[in-house]
Design a protein around this ligand. Structure first.
Ligand SMILES: [Zn+2]
Length: 307
């Protein structure tokens, strides 16, 4: 399974507009609340804890004491009969210094946290982090500039002046592994750690299909012409709100022409080398992304012939 996928919640979208139901579940002592501070989820246990870790899901009254009741609050969904929410802890104070909180857990960067918890917990992080992040960036109407208000348990914002509605965004990104014979194409972004290579990726542009975006990105970034594009899997990527669409594509040749504005280097690696790397064997000068990234799973599926 790919981290951030497999969210087990019943999102119960039909209940979002029922403010009385949302309010009562938000107060219900059996409900659970995930606090996020600076978009970092709360994890149970002390900061020095080692994986596997668990989300620090709190009783509503405990969460209120930390976050207050006038911050961004999202209804995540139902797990069985239990309602789950995510709340924003105001930025003003370092919550680690709140004694009642310090005994319960700690806040940890979402990406590191997601690598340390179960698939279920990582999926909840993806939903909660992307939603709160979107609200934090959409306090004002893009049409008229007036303040917007959170509605429908977090799944809509409404402008108080021009009444325009705004909905949480998901930004599609294609990420693709071009192959040619027994080799695949990987690239090293300028900001990547030394030796780190990954599948190439880019945002889908308006008026473009997934296949067209794959072809355009590979041509722009690497000068590689591809056909026979096959969808493999998707992954929510909450940094801040992407949906990674993983594909394979067949290259017409191994000729490359790197876009030096985007990438430091591209390289064809043989399947046997990719397999060694995926299985954790060191290969001089090349590292591949860790399992939190869909690129890892694309390369794995191709190298181990699991697609
Ligand atoms: Zn407006």
């Amino acid at each position: 399974m790919i981290p951030f996928t497999g969210n087990p919640l019943n999102r119960a979208s039909e209940r979002r507009t029922d403010q009385n139901w949302i309010d009562s579940r938000r107060r219900d002592p059996s409900s659970l609340v995930l606090p996020l501070w600076r978009l970092q989820p709360f994890l149970a246990g002390p900061e020095r804890s080692r994986p596997p870790l668990k989300l620090g899901l709190l009783k509503p009254q405990v969460a209120d004491a930390i976050a207050g009741t006038d911050t961004i609050c999202i209804f995540l969904g139902l797990e069985g009969e239990t309602a789950l929410f995510a709340v924003e802890v105001p930025d003003r104070a370092d919550p680690a210094k709140i004694p009642s909180l310090a005994s319960l857990g700690h806040f940890r960067d979402a990406r590191t946290a997601a690598s340390s918890v179960s698939l279920r917990d990582a999926a909840l992080i993806a939903q909660a982090k992307a939603m709160i992040d979107w609200h934090q960036r959409h306090g004002f109407c893009p049409k008229c500039g007036a303040r917007t208000k959170l509605m429908d348990a977090g799944y809509r914002r409404l402008c108080g002046q021009c009444n325009s509605e705004h909905f949480p965004r998901v930004d599609p990104v294609v990420i693709m592994l071009a192959t040619h014979g027994d080799a695949c194409l990987v690239g090293r972004g300028k900001q990547f750690p030394s030796g780190m290579f990954s599948a190439l990726a880019g945002f889908v542009e308006p008026g473009e299909t997934i296949e067209e975006a794959v072809q355009r990105e590979l041509m722009e970034e690497a000068g590689v012409k591809v056909s026979d594009i096959k969808y493999h899997a998707t992954q929510p990527w909450p940094f801040p709100s992407s949906l990674m669409i993983g594909c394979f594509a067949k290259a017409q040749s191994r000729d490359t022409r790197v876009d030096e504005n985007e990438l430091a280097e591209v390289r064809w690696i043989e399947r046997s080398v990719a397999r060694d790397l995926i299985e954790g064997k060191p290969v001089a000068g090349v590292k591949l992304p860790p399992p939190i990234a869909i690129a890892h799973h694309l390369i794995r599926a191709w190298a181990l012939d699991e697609k």
